[in-house]
Design a protein around this ligand. Sequence first.
Ligand SMILES: Nc1ncnc2c1ncn2[C@@H]1O[C@H](COP(=O)(O)OP(=O)(O)OP(=O)(O)O)[C@@H](O)[C@H]1O
Length: 274
Amino acid sequence: MLAFDDLGIRFGGNQAVQGVTGSIRPGVITAIIGPNGAGKSTFFNLLSGFYKPTSGKITFEGQDITKLPTHEVVALGVARTFQTTTIYKELSVLENAVLGHRVRTTSGLWDALLGTGRERREGRASEAAAMEALRRVGLETQAHTLAGSLTQEAQKRVSIALALATNPKVLLLDEPAAGINPEETVGLTRTIRELAAGGLTVVLIEHKMSMIMTLADHIMVLHHGQKIAEGTPQQVSRDPAVVEAYLGGHAAPHVREELKADLLGSAEVEGQHA
Ligand SMILES: Nc1ncnc2c1ncn2[C@@H]1O[C@H](COP(=O)(O)OP(=O)(O)OP(=O)(O)O)[C@@H](O)[C@H]1O
């Protein structure tokens, strides 16, 4: 559904992503993993239209979206969250999600200023879509709470709701579990699984290997900007190129430790998060 062919981007002399070909299959949870600096966030920025590639092509449902501006990519059904939580802390949870929905609506500033019928209709539709997005992430009872007063984990959920309010077909999550504790990670994993079960195609970047190993149907591994492996969690974790990429000295110590546990087939990790 979302396909990329020979995708690459260069920043000055640094080829951050290079020759990446593949596709995101509908209805499955795909994880993008790789050591620090492997090009994962850059790859997301390419898929979501934030960066324009210096080579290659991206298509969504058969349509070439390589050169489309971000808002048009969003309108077609590709939404994303960011590594650092980007929400409006001084607004309520509901107001945040409404803003997410307004990205897609058609009324312009003129309608908003004049309070036209279309603007009022769209306002009501935005609120309904926003409430539905909050329900999907389990925040409907906190709709009127100030977003900035929520826990880090709930703020992560708000940022997911913001993306969901645009009614995407594909949701790109950039490190959704960063900075939250293991218990909250289990809860967030459950929510992501429910979103996928509801028909949403989910792609996520994540460093928490135990989460990836239990959540992902398919894993794509990037290293030095290139795709070095892909397959099921079991296939990827046994792939010698992946082991070498992680244990070859490029990964942060905590990533090395987590991955080592998974690569060595730690039943303990599986048991904790199953
Ligand atoms: N806007 C930019 N300008 C210049 N270089 C960049 C830019 N964005 C990323 N890079 C470089 O591209 C490479 C890949 O970075 P990227 O952030 O995509 O890696 P990553 O796999 O997401 O890393 P991490 O896991 O640490 O978040 C790095 O060498 C980085 O310095």
